[in-house]
Design a binder for this molecule. Structure first.
Ligand code: SF4
Ligand code: SF4
Length: 88
């Protein structure tokens, strides 16, 4: 897989698994834009306050063997950005 290739497919099934709607970071701006599945669709244009992320509890994180989080801020999961970000 190319290092910039997006790992998680943008499918209805994956969107339904996404935990972002339950996350404390998810805000009104994101909701108004109907944003979701940031690990696949990329980062938000909304302002956000980092205070926890549910990605590590998401079935997509496990299924696609991701090892990062805060995709709403850092953008879609690619080989490059999950490999360079170890769990902190
Ligand atoms: S890993 Fe995070 S951004 Fe991706 S589907 Fe799960 S909760 Fe949503
Ligand atoms: S990517 Fe993580 S921090 Fe951002 S809204 Fe989704 S679960 Fe929350």
């Amino acid at each position: 897989m190319a290092e910039n290739e997006i790992i998680v497919p943008d499918t209805q099934e994956n969107a339904e698994r996404c935990r972002c709607l339950q996350c404390p970071v998810y805000n009104e701006c994101m909701g108004n834009n109907e944003e979701l599945l940031f690990c696949s669709r990329g980062s938000t244009g909304c302002e956000l306050e980092k205070r926890g992320c549910l990605c590590l509890h998401c079935p997509n994180e496990i299924e696609y063997r991701l090892n990062s989080f805060f995709y709403c801020q850092k953008g879609a999961a690619t080989e490059k950005n999950v490999a360079s970000e170890t769990l902190k």
